[in-house]
Design a protein around this ligand. Sequence first.
Ligand code: DG2
Length: 251
Amino acid sequence: MAGQLVLLRHGQSTWNLENLFTGWVDVDLTEQGRNEARAAGKLLREEGFEFQQVFTSVLKRAIRTMWIALDEMDRMWLPVERSWRLNERHYGALQGLNKSETVEKYGADQVKIWRRSYDIPPPALTLDDERHPRFDLRYGSLQPAELPTTESLKTTLDRVLPYWNNRLAPELIAGRNVLVVAHGNSLRALVKMLDGMSDSDIVEFNIPTGVPIHYQLDQALKPTSRRFLGDPEAIKAAAEAVARQTEKKSG
Ligand code: DG2
């Protein structure tokens, strides 16, 4: 049988709290985000999960969530691999802008297209923009063509998929249990691929912070079940709150 797969979006970040488009900007967790990471680790421990391999991005909100969750599980010794391929989708020139102010400026329909359409990316960063990943040391070993200046969910999946095929799938096929701690959209890309979700169904699929998603997979890595761990009502409310982040500010 294939190994168990658990996907975990990092806990609330400071920019999630401020409702700013984040993408590849390396912001940390809030106190609530740390608590969410602890709660996720506690759930995984209480449910008896034992992982053999952990994967995460090169962004600290995911790395710290992983640290806290593994600490809570008393499994800090587990092997961990970090990859830029699990980074959040690059949000282009929207990075740093407030989500509801962007709606006020461009309208809800346009922002929903940028945020949730499958293949339409937000406006790109220019080459000289200081937010361009070429100025960031951690991407120094990447080819210029690999460095995104914006990404749609589709192009995010294009760079997540080789990592899935080369690093995650072999672990799972060998029967090892895998924990992936990543981001709202890099995980939505994986969910779309795993569940064979249509381009339109993925638009309405939102992942709350700090909630583990457990997949059981057959030997061909087709899901036989998917469930969110924790209180279903609270999880539904949290996913709806993610969708509402682009509502206009009241008052
Ligand atoms: C959020 C997702 O990424 O935002 O980049 O703003 O998961 O790293 O907090 P995360 C961002 P939405 O696509 O849900 O607006």
